[in-house]
Write a protein that binds this ligand. Sequence first.
Ligand code: SF4
Length: 163
Amino acid sequence: MERVLVSACLLGAKVRYHGGDARVEHPVLRRWRDEGRIVAVCPERDGGLPTPRPPAEIVGGAGGHGVWKRIALVQTRDGGDVTANFVHGAEAALAAARDAHIRVAVLKDGSPSCGTTFSYDGTFTGARVGVPGVTAALLQQHGIRVFSDNEIDAADALLRQLT
Ligand code: SF4
């Protein structure tokens, strides 16, 4: 069975930086859960960060790909460097995906880890940039198709093709 990687906060896990979740009530997610397809990950937690934790953004506007090129850092508002945690968490997510032979992921958009169609630009002003977070970028670099939480139907369509 084709499995799918999903951000844990979308499934109701209270692992976001503010201690809450980002639960999405979507029939496809419910069906995937019933089918046992889901592998849930939270890269920031798995990278060793506590919950709650200070919000962080990728500085420089290059997003997660910039982090992997070593031209961008992930920082908290007061300048704390949490890049290593984000890198370790992303590597853990990739390892989980590889273990389950996963080719499709649905991740929480806007997150510095899981952001898929956008992330924030590092100024903590709410300014968005159309680049992925650290985990989404790594998964993409390894051929995994990454969808945002607004693209669950498209992810399901691809999963059906692959199954
Ligand atoms: S790192 Fe991803 S899974 Fe974890 S709280 Fe942030 S968006 Fe959700």
